[in-house]
Design a protein around this ligand. Structure first.
Ligand code: C2E
Ligand code: MG
Ligand code: MG
Ligand code: MG
Length: 291
């Protein structure tokens, strides 16, 4: 009886595995085709100076407009792209498109300090990453100082001398390096000493409950570490005026989040950037925050 039941469960798992393997393979084929058919888009989210309200830069966030799956958010295809290696051609496209866009915005009169691009671990591990980056900068005409790459702490975990050299080469060329989702990975303060990091991005999971509870302590601690080490600090996922007020009051320099703006097309981003400072307090009488 138990044996028969065991077989039934086994058959069930085999079927389920086969199905998920098939779904994966189809998704991989769709991704591959999507690259050829240019189905990927970049959206841009403003990064705001919390004191002046000025949009200082943009983070490029990729989307997949798939005929089969609709508009697919990155969390649903980046991991597969990473596993299959498709992240390399996709990441190349993202980098070049983001740089090209930044040059266009500047030509159109936008006063922006940087464009930020996310690099996944596999992209970072690529041999000729710095050479590739330099060739993209040359081709697009973007000054290296205007490019920022976002990596996560996990990329640095157990990093070999080669990875360390790569980061130093990148920084020496003028490109800035931000630690994304800071506090959620293998956080080690030793990294901040060993690697040429310019910016910490406080993960939005630590912004969520501000100004309450543990988030207040964690966010405050990250801000003071960043300030003590002379690093810029950006809070992710600011949605509420209270979160914003708290972070600003604690000396967090920059922020990103739905309160200031979601990721939008390049055309809409340019319009935003040309409009001048974001007046966050306006919709909330009694909390005119940007003063
Ligand atoms: P991330 O780099 O930490 O990007 C921030 C994510 O938080 C974005 O999601 C953004 O839309 C979202 N977000 C921003 N403000 C708020 C807010 O106020 N509330 C909430 N709930 N969410 C907010 P998105 O665009 O879905 O990207 C998810 C992740 O996918 C990114 O996290 C990044 O790790 C990865 N990703 C996106 N684009 C690329 C890319 O071009 N290359 C690579 N390798 N990874 C990418
Ligand atoms: Mg990021
Ligand atoms: Mg992030
Ligand atoms: Mg995040």
């Amino acid at each position: 009886e138990a044996k028969a039941q065991g077989r039934g469960i086994y058959a069930f798992y085999t079927q389920a595995l086969t199905r998920s393997a098939r779904v994966r393979m189809e998704m991989e084929a769709d991704l591959r085709r999507g690259l050829v058919r240019e189905e990927f888009r970049l959206n841009f989210q403003p990064v705001v100076d919390l004191v002046s309200g000025r949009i200082v830069g943009a983070e490029a966030l990729v989307r997949w407009q798939s005929p089969a799956h609709g508009l697919v958010p990155p969390n649903r295809f980046i991991p597969l792209a990473e596993e299959t290696g498709l992240i390399e051609p996709l990441g190349d496209w993202v980098l070049e498109e983001a740089c090209r866009q930044m040059v266009q915005w500047s030509a159109a009169g936008a006063n922006l300090d940087f464009i930020a691009v996310n690099l996944s671990p596999r992209q970072f591990q690529r041999g000729a990453l710095c050479e590739h980056m330099e060739s993209v900068l040359r081709r697009t005409g973007l000054p290296a100082e205007r490019l920022e790459v976002e990596i996560t702490e996990n990329v640095l975990f157990g990093a070999a001398a080669a990875a360390e050299r790569k980061l130093h080469d990148m920084r020496d060329s003028g490109v800035r390096i931000a630690l994304d989702d800071f506090g959620t990975g293998y956080s080690s303060l030793a990294y901040l000493k060993r690697f040429p990091i310019s910016k910490l991005k406080i993960d939005r999971s630590f912004v969520h409950d501000l100004p309450r509870a543990a988030d207040a302590e964690i966010a405050t601690a990250i801000i003071s570490i960043a300030r003590a080490l002379g690093l810029d600090v950006v809070a992710e996922g600011i949605e509420a005026p209270e979160q914003y007020a708290f972070l600003k009051e604690r000396g967090c320099g920059f922020g990103q989040g739905y309160l200031f703006g979601r990721a939008v097309t390049s055309e809409r981003f340019l319009r935003l950037a040309l409009q001048g400072p974001i007046a966050t307090g306006a919709a909330h009488p009694g909390s005119a925050l940007l003063h």
